[in-house]
Ligand binder design. Structure first.
Ligand SMILES: Cc1cc2nc3c(=O)[nH]c(=O)nc-3n(C[C@H](O)[C@H](O)[C@H](O)COP(=O)(O)OP(=O)(O)OC[C@H]3O[C@@H](n4cnc5c(N)ncnc54)[C@H](O)[C@@H]3O)c2cc1C
Length: 482
C-alpha cells in the first residue's frame, strides 16, 4: 500500500536537492527554515489524514490505475462520488490547517492531462496517454506531491507569445533533441513548489497555429538540473522567524508560493505529454481550470470554517456574542461559506465521464463556484474584521506581553469578558489577523481572487457554457415564435 505518513513525506522532501533563494540568500537548509516549515507541515497534514482512523476512509481510495490503495490527492476521479469526496477532503484539510495545504494543483493537473492526452492521441496518433498513465501510476505508488505549473509570466498581456520581446515570457520548447526536449522560461505563483517532488508543466493559454513551441506539457522532477526557485514574500512572513510564535497567528501551518525558473531543462520523451499539438492546449487549460475552480469549493470553505470559528470565539471573548447584529453577521458568514460549498458539491455531483474514463466536473457550475470564491471570502473577511474590533490591527506584540514593564498593562487593558484569558484572546485575534491581513491572506484572499484564474476568465467560461441559444429556443417555442 503506497501511503506515506506525514513524517515519511517530510523525510522524502528533505532528501531532494532543491536550488532555492529566499530573502536574498541561496538557501539549502529548507528543512529547517522558519519560512518553509509551516508550509511543509500543512502538506504533511494531507498524508497523516490518510492514516487517521477518523479520516482515512475519505483520504484512501482504490486506484484502478496502479491497482492499489492511494491517497485521494493522487486519484483519477472514477465517478461523481469521487468528485464529491475530493471536495469534502479539501474542506477537511482547510478546516484543519486554516491555510492553503498546497496539494490540490497536481491532482487537478493530472486529471486534466489524463483525459486530454487520450483525446489528443485519438486525433493525432501521439503516444502521450500511455506515457502519462505510466508516469502517474508511478506517482501514485510513490505517494508523491506534484505541483501544477500553468501560469507563465506573460509579459505584455496584450500580445501573443511570439509577439513578446522575450520568447521566454511564455515557457517554451527551446530545443528538440532525439531523446527529448529542452524547455526554457518560468512559471509564477507556484503553490507549494518547494514542498513537491514533481512538477507538471502545462501551457498557460489556448495556443494557435504558429505557436507550437509554447504548446508543451511535461513532467519535471523538482530537483532537475536547471530548475531554480525564488521564494515569494507574504505579508508579515518574517514573524515566522521570530521567537514568539503567537505573533505568527497560525502557529503550525502556512502556505507557500514560489517563482520557478526553467533554464534549459532537459525533459526525456517519456515525460512529455503535449509537444506542439496546439488544438489540445486550450482543452487542457480549460479542464485544469475547471477542476481547480471546483477545488476552491472545498479548500477555501475549510479555511472559511476556521475564520467563522475564530469570529464566533472572539465575539464570545469580547462579550458581544448575544448581540443581534453580531449573530446576524456570523450567520451571514456561514451562509456565504456554505453557498461556496454547495457550488463545490453541485459541480461535482453533476460531473460526467470523459472519453478516457475519468470524470470531469460540470464546467458551468465549477466556474460559478470560483466566481463566487472571488467575492465571498472578501465579504467574510470584512465581517470578521467588523466583529473582531480594531485590535486586529493595533495589538501589541508577544514580546511586549512578556516584558515586565509593558506586560502588566497589556494584561490589564486587553481584558475581555470576565472568564477569558487575555493571552487566549490575543491568540484568536492574531489568527484572524493572519487570515484577513497577514501571510494567511495570500491563501484565503489573493488566491481566492487569482488562483485558477481571475474573475474575467470565469465569466468567459460561464458565457460559453450557459447554452443561451437553447434558452432562447425554449422561450421561442413557448411563445410560438418561428
Ligand atoms: C496565491 C496564488 C496561488 C497560485 N497558484 C498557482 C499554481 O499553483 N499554479 C499555477 O500555475 N498558477 C497559480 N496561480 C496563478 C494564477 O492562476 C494567476 O495569478 C491568474 O491566472 C492571473 O494571472 P496573473 O497573475 O498573471 O494576472 P493577470 O493575467 O495579469 O491578470 C490581472 C488582471 O488583468 C486582466 N487581464 C489579463 N490579461 C488580459 C487581457 N489579455 N485582456 C484583458 N484583461 C486581461 C485579468 O482579467 C485580471 O483582471 C496562483 C496565483 C495566486 C495569487
Amino acid at each position: 500500500m503506497a501511503l506515506k505518513t506525514g513524517d515519511e513525506y517530510l523525510r522524502s522532501i528533505k532528501a531532494l536537492d532543491l536550488k532555492a533563494h529566499m530573502l536574498g540568500k541561496n538557501t539549502s537548509d529548507l528543512d529547517q527554515h522558519g519560512l518553509v516549515t509551516p508550509s511543509r507541515r500543512a502538506v504533511a497534514y494531507t498524508f497523516d489524514a490518510a492514516h487517521d482512523p477518523e479520516t482515512r476512509d475519505l483520504f484512501c481510495v482504490e486506484s484502478p490505475l496502479c491497482k492499489d490503495v492511494v491517497n485521494r490527492f493522487s486519484h483519477l476521479h472514477q465517478g461523481p462520488e469521487d468528485l464529491v469526496s475530493k471536495v469534502r477532503m479539501q474542506r477537511l484539510c482547510g478546516t484543519g490547517t486554516a491555510c492553503c495545504f498546497q496539494r490540490c494543483v497536481g491532482m487537478d493537473a493530472a486529471n486534466a492531462i489524463y483525459s486530454t492526452t487520450y483525446e489528443c492521441d485519438g486525433k493525432h496518433g501521439t503516444p502521450y496517454h500511455s506515457r502519462f498513465k505510466d508516469y502517474w501510476a508511478w506517482v501514485q505508488q510513490q505517494d508523491l506531491v506534484v505541483d501544477g505549473a500553468m501560469t507563465d509570466p506573460k509579459g505584455d498581456r496584450g500580445k501573443r507569445p511570439k509577439e513578446q520581446v522575450d520568447p521566454d515570457l511564455f515557457l517554451r520548447v527551446s530545443e528538440r533533441r532525439p531523446e527529448g526536449v529542452v524547455i526554457s522560461g518560468a512559471k509564477l505563483h507556484q503553490t507549494g513548489m518547494l514542498n513537491s517532488h514533481e512538477i507538471l508543466v502545462m501551457p498557460t493559454l489556448t495556443m494557435r497555429p504558429g505557436e507550437e513551441t509554447w504548446a508543451v506539457c511535461c513532467a519535471v522532477p523538482t530537483d532537475a538540473k536547471g530548475v531554480r526557485y525564488i521564494y515569494g514574500r507574504q505579508a508579515s512572513d518574517t514573524r515566522k522567524l521570530e521567537t514568539h510564535t503567537m505573533d505568527v497567528g497560525n502557529p503550525r501551518f502556512g502556505g507557500q508560493e514560489v517563482m520557478t525558473v526553467f533554464e534549459d531543462v532537459f525533459v526525456p520523451h517519456e515525460r512529455v505529454f503535449l509537444n506542439g499539438e496546439v488544438d489540445f492546449s486550450g482543452i487542457m487549460v480549460e479542464r485544469f481550470a475547471a477542476y481547480h475552480r471546483q477545488s476552491y469549493g472545498g479548500c477555501k470553505v475549510g479555511v472559511g470554517d476556521a475564520l467563522i470559528g475564530a469570529t464566533a470565539l472572539i465575539a464570545r471573548m469580547n462579550g458581544v456574542e448575544k448581540a443581534t447584529h453580531i449573530k446576524e453577521k456570523i450567520v451571514e458568514m456561514i451562509h456565504l461559506n456554505e453557498t461556496l460549498y454547495a457550488c463545490g458539491i453541485a459541480c461535482s455531483a453533476t460531473g460526467e465521464a470523459t472519453p478516457s474514463g475519468n470524470y470531469l466536473v460540470n464546467m458551468l457550475l465549477a466556474n460559478v463556484c470560483k466566481l463566487n470564491v472571488t467575492r465571498f471570502p472578501y465579504e467574510m473577511a470584512r465581517l470578521a474584521t467588523d466583529v473582531a474590533g480594531g485590535l486586529l490591527g493595533t495589538m501589541p506584540s508577544a514580546a511586549d506581553l512578556e516584558d515586565p514593564v509593558t506586560g502588566p498593562y497589556i494584561r490589564k487593558y486587553l481584558a475581555g469578558a470576565p472568564d477569558v484569558d487575555v493571552v487566549d484572546r490575543m491568540k484568536v485575534l492574531r489568527l484572524m489577523e493572519n487570515m484577513v491581513a497577514g501571510a494567511g491572506a495570500v491563501g484565503y484572499l489573493i488566491e481566492s481572487m487569482h488562483g485558477a484564474g481571475p474573475p474575467a476568465a470565469q465569466r468567459i467560461m460561464i458565457g460559453r457554457q450557459a447554452d443561451l441559444e437553447g434558452k432562447m429556443a425554449r422561450v421561442k417555442q413557448m411563445l410560438d415564435i418561428a
